[in-house]
Design a protein around this ligand. Structure first.
Ligand code: ADP
Ligand code: TYD
Length: 208
């Protein structure tokens, strides 16, 4: 799918440092003359940003697990059509803060095992994976205290508690083994610059 461009996603539990690292990577690549689109999920296109408010705000019981999978996938489909594919076709580097692996973990694990449903809908409606997925691995206790320090309205998923975050951390590491060809796992429990150095090395190895 990437044609002349490169599609990079960042994954990991809440507060692991994905947004920070995605931004630093974008700044670094722009300085070296690359055309970069920094985007995020849920969101990244006007329609998907509207869906973002629906899925991240309000009562935790607002949606059934199945409806939630449909909403995240609908947002992703719009993001792919309107933002990601056109940027890759123009030869740009797309850096996406979360992508389908987040749905595999959050919707796939948080209310029973719905991974098969997530994967089936992904195959039907999305059908692509990033060229490179950077997993920022982090212990949930520290990640959660970082995330809760931010204080916002988008908190439907931030009160999962440590046990579920622990299961998701393990799940992300399993995904990294399952899709070893596109994943790089990086230890996020270090200072920002040390993590960023590893991220840049992983990306440099794959730049067209
Ligand atoms: P995520 O996008 O994974 O939820 P953020 O990048 O938003 O994580 O980081 C969460 C909070 O932790 C922010 O306040 C950020 O400044 C801080 N942070 C990010 N990376 C580090 C790091 N390596 N060490 C300490 N604090 C960090
Ligand atoms: P994000 O803004 O990246 O949160 P954080 O910075 O705390 O990591 O994502 C918002 C929340 O959306 C996050 O708790 C994870 C959740 N999410 C899903 O549950 N499924 C998905 O498919 C995606 C993309 C995000």
């Amino acid at each position: 799918m990437s044609e002349g461009g490169l599609f990079i996603s960042f994954e990991g539990i809440d507060g692991s440092g994905k947004s920070t690292q995605a931004r630093l990577l974008a700044e670094h690549l722009r300085k070296t003359g690359r055309d970069v689109v920094l985007t995020r999920e849920p969101g990244g296109s006007p329609g998907a940003e509207e869906i973002r408010a629906l899925v991240l705000q309000g009562d935790p019981d607002r949606w059934s697990a199945e409806t939630e999978i449909l909403l995240f996938t609908a947002a992703r489909r719009d993001h792919l059509e309107r933002t990601i594919r056109p940027a890759l076709a123009a030869g740009k580097v797309v850096i996406c803060d979360r992508f389908a692996d987040s749905t595999r973990m959050y919707q796939g694990l948080s209310r029973g095992n719905l991974r098969a449903t997530v994967d089936a809908l992904h195959d039907l409606m999305i059908g692509v994976e990033p060229d490179l997925t950077v997993l920022i691995d982090m212990n949930p206790k520290d990640g959660l205290s970082r995330a809760l320090g931010r204080n916002g309205v988008e908190e439907r998923f931030e009160e999962f508690g440590e046990e579920l975050q622990e299961a998701m951390r393990a799940g992300f590491l399993d995904l990294a083994r399952e899709y070893a060809d596109r994943f790089v796992a990086i230890d996020g429990a270090r200072d920002v610059d040390a993590v960023a150095e590893d991220v840049m090395a992983a990306v440099a190895a794959r730049l067209p």
